[in-house]
Design a protein around this ligand. Structure first.
Ligand SMILES: [Zn+2]
Length: 110
């Protein structure tokens, strides 16, 4: 598996999309919030190169939007909840999911 930097260079060099290069061998998810990543919602570095690790809502202008898991969970539990999936269950799901993602794993516990 080539690293992301290599993929970006290949993508630029041959002018093909990252997803075409990857051939979708696995589901790519945002390493901050866990959302499945489509090319259209990838974040970008300030110079315009795509960052395939994060969605555009978690990482924008070279900065992460959420300082802590709690801040992200507060935001998402509000927005993802619906009658069949109450906010407490969303929170419980996220509290289990987020620590496994690279962005939060690197930081350790607050
Ligand atoms: Zn995200």
């Amino acid at each position: 598996m080539p690293n992301i930097e290599t993929l970006k260079r290949l993508s630029d060099l041959f002018d093909v999309s990252l997803h075409a290069l990857l051939g979708a061998p696995r589901q790519w998810i945002c390493q901050c919030c866990g959302m499945p990543l489509e090319e259209s919602i990838l974040s970008q570095e300030p110079d315009g190169t795509p960052n395939v690790a994060y969605c555009q809502w978690c990482y924008t202008g070279g900065k992460f939007v959420y300082e802590t898991q709690e801040a992200l969970i507060d935001f998402l539990s509000h927005h993802l909840a619906h009658p069949q999936w109450p906010p407490e269950q969303v929170r419980a799901h996220l509290a289990q999911l987020l620590p496994q993602l690279d962005h939060w794993r690197d930081r350790g516990e607050e």
